[in-house]
Structure formats: structure tokens, C-alpha cells
Design a binder for this molecule. Sequence first.
Ligand code: PMV
Length: 349
Amino acid sequence: SVDKENMITCTAPVNIAVIKYWGKRNEDLILPINSSLSVTLHQDQLKTTTTVATSRSFQEDRIWLNGKEEDISHPRLQSCLREIRRLARKRRNNAGPGFDATALSHKVHICSINNFPTAAGLASSAAGFACLVYTLARVFGVEGELSGIARQGSGSACRSMYGGFVQWIMGQQEDGKDSLAQQVEPESHWPELRILVLVASAERKPVGSTSGMQTSVQTSSLLKHRAESVVPGRMVEMTEAVRRKDFAAFAELTMKDSNQFHATCLDTYPPIFYLNNVSHRIISMVHRYNRHYGETRVAYTFDAGPNAVIFTLQQHIPEFVQMVQYFFPPEINGGQFIKGLSVDQAPLS
Ligand code: PMV
């Protein structure tokens, strides 16, 4: 039996990195080797919905992902649960009698659903852990800075704790207390910006980000160069491009950073291939499109999978979508398109 007051449902959207996070300096605390910057999608697009219930009758903490029960002892899940309960105890001890601490004495049942393919390089863990941490915080009455806890679930999750344009500052401290997400600009800042997802494959990725990053940190000298000498400058330039709403600068940095991330994957030994033929054709198509107009109107970026995330401005959407449909006709490739920020039904690849 679940007490209605002790059940809360929240949603959290996916975020798409335009300056990529790849590589940890501390595996347990999830501290990155470089800062990163992302755009959080709207709540009604790619998102996770999580319900957390507490009840006196629950015997143990349990979790279901997309309807299937998963192992609650997963270390990163445990980190999030432990940290939220720690904050809740702190709050209870400081708050005195007014604070309802019933939830603290109960076990939780967590139910989480993605409205997009899990682990296909579409940042499912980012939305998932952000949503988990936020919902748990609500259930336990915890407020304030939560991105440091979401980070311990999945690094990129800390950026989904905020909307709009968000940076994850790598921080300097060994305890990770300064490795937090921060909003650069709210989503209202750049209303013309649009995001489309072109699904090249909805399969699970062959190399997960955790093991991929480990191998890259151990073997890629390009990754070291990138983290130390390239990303710091790009963070400054990207923040500026966003502030100025300079699409060409934003787009060029986004594409270069995606390309360098995938170059570090190739530089990893043994190499990691996240892009497929369709991804490569999308990259060529975008460059040809931009060259045709003599200006950068469209940008692509790819995470740990072959699916393209496209950035463009509202005015270019109809033409660009038409071109994608021309080059990737649905009946030939039989793929599937997931909703873009402004397009419901669209092209396939
Ligand atoms: O947070 P993780 O472990 O899922 O890693 C995400 C890594 C990339 O998506 C490839 C880049 C990023 O910054 O989101």
C-alpha cells in the first residue's frame, strides 16, 4: 500500500553536449578531465519520467526501468540514494519539529520510463539520473544544489538539472565539491534555436561511455591534449557564442568538438567506433548544405552512438528537413525519426 502523499512524479529532459565530456579523473566521484557545455531539451521532448513512492510497508529499496526491475545495488544508484538521504537527515536535524521526516524511515520504490531508446547514445542516463535525483529530493524534502549528486549518478546528468544552456565546471578540488553544473543562459535566451534528432540506429551502443572513457584516458594522447589545451579555450568561445546568439560560431565549435571527440575515440586503443555510414553521410550532407549557402546554417553533433543531433535556426527547418527526406527516404532505410524540438513527424535515416 502506497500512501498517496508519499508518491511524487517528475520529468527531466535530455541534454545534448556541444562541448563534450569524455574522461574521468576520479571514477568513484565522477570528476571529469575537462569542463563541458550542453543544451537541455524542452520538457515535452526526449525525457525521463520518474515516480518515487515511499511506504511503511516496503521491505527494501527497489527500481524499475522501462517496466523491468533492475538491480538497486548498482553503485551509482546507491551513491544518489545515499547522498539524498544524507541531505535529508541534515535538513531534519537542522529544521526541528516542523519538518516531516517520515520518508526517511521508509524504503523507496522507483519507477522510471524513457520516451526514447535507452543507451543508443541519446543521453538516456543524463535524463535518468537527473530525474531520479530531483524526484528523490522532492520526496525527502531536500532543496538546493543537487547537480553534484546527479553527477555521481552519471556525469552528464548534472547538466540536465538546469534548463537552457548549461556548463559543467570540472572543478579543482579532490572531493569534487566544486564540480557542479551552472546555467549559462536560460532556454528563453535563444528561441529561434532548434534541435532535430536523426536516428541512424536505435540499437544499444557496443561500448558504453564508462568503459569507453576509461580506455580513452589510459591510451589516447589526443584526449590528454584535448582536455588540457583545447577545451578550456572552447568553453570560453562557446559561452561567448551562446551569449551573442552567434549561430555560425556556435555551430562551427559544436561540429569541431564533436569531430574531435570521435577522433579521440579513434585514437583510443583498441579504437572505438560510434559513428556509422549513415552518420558519415549526414556529416557530409551538412557540410555541403552549408557550403552551398556560403554560411553555416546547420550543425551536427554525435555522442556515444551513431545518431545525429542537428542544430539549426527555425527559418531553415522546412528546407533542411526536405533535404534529409530526399537523401534518406524512409522507405529505403526504414529508420525512425524521433521528434525534433519543433517537428513532430519527420525524416528517417
Ligand atoms: O554521462 P555519461 O557517462 O553518459 O557520458 C556522456 C558522454 C557524452 O555523451 C559522449 C558527452 C557528453 O558530454 O554528454
